[in-house]
Design a protein around this ligand. Structure first.
Ligand code: AMP
Ligand code: MN
Ligand code: MN
Ligand code: MN
Length: 273
């Protein structure tokens, strides 16, 4: 089985449509796919009438929230996408994203960037604006040489166009996911650059609030990360998930289904399905 439970489309900051992503998944030999766009399930409105027989699609989402002062992401996997609680949650997050986009645009304008909001809106489909859309606008107007530099110079935490958004709190997001029958899964735990003590504290709170899984494998990570996250997963008796965090073709570190297998010591999340 080739399982990828973390991917993006143009409904958030990916570059492929739902159909293109599904086609690429089939061509890559993926059997189980979750589309987990940031704070939206709108990719699921674009599903083809008949999905390829070889592919099972697990409805999902990647919610933005914060823990202490760190921005973190929580995947809702195997959710009922029409559930009232999750729909209410998505509406709140959309509003928060729009407000944040306005704050970021104000900051960029003060830094001399022209039309940042309309520029990012033009790049974003579905009006679900994220920092990568601002990054692409910054490259387009020649303010930075590439996307990575746009984050480094303007958009990352602590940089001049960063705005600390108050997303819906962690407990709320876990509640929405659980109300929709899904499994709350802490996305890419190694990417938050937390100390071991802090990461364990985050996971303690996450579990106490009803979180049930962590991504033990996120893209082509190094073996030391896999070892550490396997230990964490076992220590807290969590389920384990895996995914590429695929956004677009051509990024060799995140290609659909291309990452280490879940270690045998981990209990796979799909055992519950
Ligand atoms: P947002 O959801 O608007 O906070 O944007 C976060 C997204 O930006 C992540 O999901 C990544 O896709 C992307 N991202 C974050 N940091 C970087 C970076 N340094 N370079 C390129 N993309 C990044
Ligand atoms: Mn992203
Ligand atoms: Mn993420
Ligand atoms: Mn992601």
């Amino acid at each position: 089985m080739n399982i990828d439970l973390h991917t993006h489309t143009i409904a958030s900051d990916g570059s492929l449509t739902t159909n293109e992503l599904i086609q690429r998944a089939v061509n890559s030999g993926i059997n189980v796919l979750s589309i987990t766009d940031h704070d939206t399930t709108s990719a699921y409105q674009q599903l083809p009438a008949i999905t390829p027989q070889s592919l099972t699609i697990i409805p999902g989402i990647e919610f933005s929230t914060q823990w202490q002062k760190t921005d973190i992401h929580v995947l809702g996997l195997n959710i009922q996408i029409h559930n009232d609680a999750i729909c209410t949650g998505i509406a709140l997050q959309r509003q928060a994203r729009m407000e944040r986009a306005e704050r970021i645009a104000e900051k960029l304008e003060k830094l001399g960037i022209e039309n940042p909001l309309s520029g990012a809106q033009d790049i974003a489909h579905h009006n679900n604006i994220g920092r990568p859309h601002f990054a692409r606008h910054l490259v387009k107007v020649g303010a930075t040489s590439d996307i990575n530099q746009a984050f480094k110079k303007y958009l990352s935490a602590g940089k001049p166009a960063y705005f600390r958004q108050q997303w819906s709190p962690l407990f709320q997001i876990i509640d929405w996911i659980r109300s929709a029958g899904g499994i709350a899964t802490l996305a890419h735990p190694a990417k938050y650059k937390l100390t071991r003590v802090k990461l364990y504290a985050l996971v303690d709170e996450f579990c106490a609030l009803g979180g049930e899984a962590i991504e033990v494998i996120s893209g082509k990570q190094i073996p030391a990360t896999t070892r550490d996250l396997t230990k964490l997963c076992q220590h807290k008796a969590l389920l384990a998930s895996c995914g590429s965090d695929f956004h677009q073709p051509g990024q060799s570190w995140t290609e659909l289904g291309k990452y280490p297998r879940l270690p045998k010591a981990c209990k796979p999340i799909w055992d519950k399905w």
